[in-house]
Design a protein around this ligand. Structure first.
Ligand SMILES: [Mn+2]
Length: 427
């Protein structure tokens, strides 16, 4: 193991699984278990049970991540934000905040304070592009998701770029940009869909991984429609939601209850590759259930998750989504999480997944790789403590971190002369 951080180190092997019992309860001396922290035996202290677990792995993994983008950010801050006043002891602090710190200042309105790419013609210089699809004309109950991109971006101000237990620092390891929002047309869903499909196509056909900040769930159709022509084969969709969203029309239009009817009409996005996790409760129109039954979608309820367990659910979801598919897309409706945790959403439905279950599922289904992802239905006007936006951000961040850790992302360096994150270009 290297003693010094290696700037180009990207791939970090996974920690041992939670089921690893090599050090559990074996060879432990009496009195070394929990509650006996004053054991005199160092070689058999209670902490040995965690010697190969995630916490220990993550402590070690941190050492293998570079710091050069961090250092670069400090230099930029001092150059563009002026050196701090002479009374400051810490000479890395500029007069004007120009980077991550302090988290409540220096807001640039981008997701995780990632570099903003104004010229989208340059998007292929990035590996990941975040963009908003601010739209709530498809909402059939509470509106507000047009403020979703704003709320989600804002919620990321309190996150750093590094996740301890995933052992990933996105600033160092991922060439990600925020390209702003799609210009949607309030009150006209179809024109908005056209704009969103065009935006999606622009990003996806250039080999850039799209991250879409919704927007109500009607955007699920135009996003798939935008990428489908550029996928050389079938697309599988893993869809987290309390609602099936598979009816043809709702209130006479293609609302947020209808994206998968239309998306799975696309030739290379068959319904048999659509896996829907977390469905249930009192808000699923029977018309949509009928369509899912006829088309053969896979539905996994919250009860299924409880009974079968998240590992097995992730396995089944991946098996069905990847069956004969070339790419798998993640569509995450934040209302899949129990309404107690996500009040800021269009159709809150009690009894959904717990945040921990949802994040674990996201990590597992992201591991084999994704083609893109969207998080929808975050409605900040009802999000009184920003927890819905926070969870929306976590879904994106955790998925990206796993994609980096597993080597699916994190390899493409920026070549253009611009503010960039991620690995250095090879010289
Ligand atoms: Mn929903």
């Amino acid at each position: 193991m290297p003693k010094t951080p290696k700037p180009h180190k990207q791939k970090i092997s996974k920690p041992s699984s939670g089921n690893d019992s090599r050090h559990d309860g074996q060879g432990e001396s009496p009195g070394s278990g929990p509650g006996h922290s004053h054991s005199h035996s160092h070689s058999h202290s209670h902490s040995d049970a965690f010697a190969t677990k995630e916490g220990k792995w993550a402590q070690d993994a941190e050492e293998r991540i570079s710091l050069f983008r961090h250092d670069e950010e400090i230099e930029r801050g001092l150059a563009f934000g002026l050196p701090g006043s002479p009374t400051l002891v810490d000479k890395t602090i500029p007069t004007f905040s120009r980077g991550e710190l302090p988290h409540f200042a220096g807001e640039r309105g981008t997701f995780l304070k990632t570099p903003f790419l104004e010229d989208v013609n340059q998007v292929e210089d990035a590996e990941v592009a975040v963009f908003g699809a601010p739209l709530d004309s498809g909402a059939t109950y509470r509106p507000g998701a047009r403020f979703g991109p704003q709320g989600i971006r804002r919620s990321t101000n309190l996150f750093g770029t590094y996740c301890f237990e995933l052992g990933v620092d996105l600033r160092e390891q991922l060439n990600i940009v925020d390209i702003g929002d799609v210009f949607t047309i309030p009150g006209n869903l179809e024109k908005s869909f056209d704009q969103i499909s065009q935006a999606m196509a622009h990003v996806y056909q250039r080999g850039v991984f799209p991250v879409i900040l919704g927007g109500d769930h009607s955007i699920g159709y135009p996003t798939i429609r935008g990428m489908a022509p550029y996928v050389d084969g079938n697309i599988g969709i893993i869809h987290f939601d309390r609602h099936v969203d598979t009816q043809e029309t709702d209130l006479d239009e293609r609302m947020h209850t209808t994206p998968w009817f239309h998306a799975t009409n696309i030739k290379n996005a068959p319904a048999t590759n659509l896996v829907q996790i977390g469905i249930g409760g009192w808000q699923s129109p029977r018309a949509g259930v009928k369509v899912g039954r006829e088309r053969g979608t896979t539905i996994i309820t919250v009860g299924d998750v409880e009974r079968v367990g998240i590992e097995r659910v992730a396995e089944i979801a991946l098996e069905m989504a990847w069956k004969g598919a070339k790419a798998v897309y993640l569509s995450f409706d934040i209302d899949v999480i129990d309404a107690g945790f996500v009040p800021g959403t269009g159709w809150p439905e009690p009894g959904g997944l717990l945040p921990r279950e949802a994040l674990n599922l996201i990590r597992m289904i992201s591991a084999p790789g994704l083609a893109g992802l969207e998080v929808v239905e975050c409605a900040p006007p009802y999000d009184w403590a920003e927890q819905t936006a926070l969870l929306s951000s976590r879904v994106i961040l955790d998925s990206l971190a796993i994609l980096v850790r597993e080597g699916h992302l994190g390899k493409k360096a920026a070549l253009n002369d611009r503010h960039a994150w991620g690995p250095r270009a090879a010289v």
